[in-house]
Write a protein that binds this ligand. Structure first.
Ligand code: ADP
Ligand code: MG
Length: 219
């Protein structure tokens, strides 16, 4: 589902990342661990099509995303990728529920129908936020905001789920619960799941754990 080959990406003259090879199969759950500043978020941005490699290839479900124009790349991302951002990236003026439904506002070809609204509410209530669907991010705790961000990544039932320290701000019970939901959703849609995490106690639950130092070169 995810294939990376001979990827190189640099921020101008600054930090440069190389990833010779990475595959994540449909249904596979892979954790990535590594020190802060090593390029993990940069890699997720490249896998999701937020950034485009300077050389090499990223493909999602057989589609090479670097070969697409901006519009098509955005459309593929909206339709196929769920991304839990490290900084959540919630929209301040929208309620929790409207934040979860945000992919439908921006994704061409995604239809905000009754089923999507039902999924959004179900995800929020599974996360213990059933009574807070109308609150704005500022009226939620850090951990609650994180759960809204996870729900938003899952609502479109994406084939690729990318999570950037998605459990970092949660207490142990909620960490496990968040991973349960990511895994359950992943299993339902046979999604490839790539999770950057510092939560070492969660690692045994993944199919595979990749040390970023073994995966990537940093120039
Ligand atoms: P990690 O997620 O592993 O902590 P990042 O991918 O966020 O690492 O960052 C890797 C390196 O790239 C860091 O040295 C960071 O300062 C640099 N970096 C990240 N984003 C940018 C950017 N937009 N422009 C320039 N440098 C960046
Ligand atoms: Mg990061």
């Amino acid at each position: 589902m995810i294939a990376v080959r001979d990827l190189r990406f640099a921020y101008g003259q600054g930090f440069a990342l190389t990833v010779p090879w990475l595959d994540v199969a449909a249904g596979e759950r892979v954790a990535v661990v590594g020190p802060s500043g090593s390029g993990k978020t940069t890699l997720l941005n490249l896998v999701s099509g937020i950034s485009v490699p300077d050389t090499g290839m990223v493909s999602l479900g057989g589609t090479e995303i670097g070969a697409l124009g901006d519009r098509d790349r955005r459309a593929l991302r909206a339709a196929s990728v769920g991304f839990v951002f490290q900084e959540f990236a919630l929209v301040d003026y929208l309620s929790a529920e409207e934040n979860v439904l945000y992919p439908y506002r921006i994704g061409r070809g995604l239809r905000l129908d009754r089923a999507a609204r039902t999924r959004a509410r179900a995800l929020l209530s599974e996360f213990g936020l059933g009574a807070k669907t109308r609150r704005r991010p500022a009226q939620l705790s850090q951990g609650e905001r994180q759960r809204v961000a996870i729900a938003r990544a899952l609502v479109t039932q994406p084939k690729v789920i990318l999570a950037d320290e998605a459990t970092g701000n949660l207490d142990p019970a909620n960490k496990a619960a968040a991973l349960d939901l990511l895994f359950a959703q992943g299993a339902e849609t046979d999604a490839a799941l790539l999770c950057v995490t510092h939560d070492h106690e969660l690692l045994p639950r993944f199919d595979r754990v990749i040390d970023f130092a073994d995966l990537a070169g940093v120039a």
